[in-house]
Design a protein around this ligand. Sequence first.
Ligand SMILES: [Zn+2]
Length: 370
Amino acid sequence: MQNEDLTFYSFDGNKENLMEFFDNYEIENIFIPPDSAVRNLKKRPDRVCRYCGLGANQTTFKKEAHIIPHLMGNRYMVSDFECDSCNELFSKYENHLTDFLGITRTIFGTDAKKGTPNYRSRNAGLSAKALNLPSDHKAIVISDNNGENFEIDDDSGRTEISYQKNKYIPLFVYKSFLKIALGLIKPDDVINYKYAFEHLIHSQSDVQLGKVATINEYSYTRNCKVHCYLFRKRRKDDLRPTHIFQIYYENLLYQFFIPLNLEDLNLYDGKEFTIKWCPPLLLWPPKEGENCRSRARDLSGLEKIDEEGLISMEFLPGTMKTLSSYDPITKVFIDASDFDMQKIVKILLVPQNPDMDFKEIFKDGLPPGY
Ligand SMILES: [Zn+2]
């Protein structure tokens, strides 16, 4: 799939969806957080809040306002159109986004405010944190604290890590995503989304907003730095939402339409419309057999919910039978046939690096904090 000077790939079986999507939508903009601070922000006295509409004489603009939350790894993409009280409100929503994302931020090493965040599941059964190994190697250690969270099956080559997420309010998660999209639309479009902005910052229409608060989630086995795509429909009179928004975050893609555009209001008068989503856009072709899973996430709920998080990893079936194990405490190699996978209580994730010598790394025993 070609779009100006970019070539997009997607996973097997998605080609038709991709072609169909681009028949109806075009890329309006791509947003990649910069690597250094932006300097062209408006002076504070000249600022107006895009979200609540208040100017610098009615509200304050002291805080740094991230368009994509810092918790998703965006440090430098900040705006001059988010006032402090809206910022405070969005921080509240983003606490729920943090709990919704669960262990993802830790195991992919998202660079958040204080580096990679530590994670602790709701009943503390599972925890994860970044660790510095000797010789400057970085790793993530995942600990199964009650023996119930790891399921490692050597025959199928599948490891599943399940855990109890901290409770979150689904609609606040939706509002966190909607806030990002509304922060990235062109200034000219802001007026067209006046109802969406109202629903975002007020709670009296949460039930109505809930009716459109479903987002589409894709998960796959590669990960990337956070970035977004904004698509606009090609034909104004099409019975489709004007904008579709995608946010790529680590190994996930979240996608939804921006609701309540004034030009789309006929979509909400009871007519049926279905949305064909854009499959994940990859800049490199997927590997043989590499695939993605998609599911609809209903984020309409206004009450805190309990949810199980699940991370799965794949390795070659039968790998465990061929491994030799090393005990860093006794400094003894254990024959693989004596190795009981059910007793695994920690998993150490390290970047692919053929030069890593574990015997050397663990020569002085377990690293601090392990
Ligand atoms: Zn505001």
